[in-house]
Design a protein around this ligand. Structure first.
Ligand code: C5P
Length: 222
């Protein structure tokens, strides 16, 4: 089987408050997108499509060189994933979908997700237990109830899929949005397997997340 990856990096990332799209913000002198692509390659993935804002396609291709093919994204994350999927080489039959914002997701996590798909699961997500107590609240801020956290998981990327299944899930989704790709597969009635996630796969969303990622990176360096 041949594994490929779609790295979505076409969001504006306005919550980060940077002067450029989030994936192009630098961490230790390297863009989040380059960090993400490097770790996918370390995890054994060779066919990588990076999906970026239309205006940045040319300069991103120059930045990434042979490490990834660069295409333009769409208005929503789902549109960007679909654009990346369409650009993957024909021989790719297992696809990892990854957020560039999870730029430190380690090679071991990439390999764990990919090998679970290759072994026996058509759809795989990495996830971590919920450690906080979870409350449901109403619009006025009053607590409605306490949710049992034991069966809950915080799901990350890369998420892995048999390519044909993911293509079918995206085609069936149409305009109805989902916050991750696994949700589209679940709608088809296909069971999604959860494998252990990694705290390093945190999603950089705010300036505080960026500072935390920078600190983690210095701790990881030899
Ligand atoms: O905005 P959020 O952090 O949830 O986005 C998750 C990932 O999806 C980011 O890496 C972002 O660049 C990407 N994205 C995209 N196209 C969009 C919106 C988000 O590629 N239209």
């Amino acid at each position: 089987m041949t594994t490929g990856a779609v790295v979505v990096a076409a969001g504006s990332g306005s919550r980060l408050g940077a002067d450029r799209p989030k994936a192009f913000v630098q961490l230790a002198g390297v863009t989040l997108l380059e960090h993400a692509v490097a770790r996918l390659r370390d995890g054994g993935v060779r066919a990588i499509v990076a999906v970026v804002p239309d205006a940045l396609v040319g300069q991103t291709q120059a930045l990434l060189g042979d490490a990834a093919q660069v295409v333009a994204g769409g208005a929503e994350r789902q549109d960007s994933v679909a654009a990346g999927l369409a650009a993957l080489p024909a021989d790719v039959d297992v696809v990892l979908v990854h957020d560039a914002a999870r730029c430190l997701a380690p090679a071991a996590l990439v390999a764990r997700v990919a090998s679970a798909v290759t072994a026996d699961s058509p759809a795989v997500v990495p996830g971590l237990p919920v450690v906080d107590t979870v409350k449901e609240v109403d619009a006025s801020g009053l607590v409605v109830g306490t949710v049992d956290r034991a069966p809950l998981r915080r799901v990350q990327t890369p998420q892995g899929f048999e390519r044909a299944l993911l293509e079918r899930a995206h085609a069936a989704a149409g305009d109805s949005a989902a916050t991750d790709d696994a949700a589209l597969v679940e709608r088809l009635g296909v069971r999604v397997r959860l494998v252990e996630g990694d705290p390093l796969a945190l999603k950089v969303t705010t300036a505080e997340d960026l500072a935390l990622a920078e600190w983690l990176l210095t701790r990881l360096s030899p």
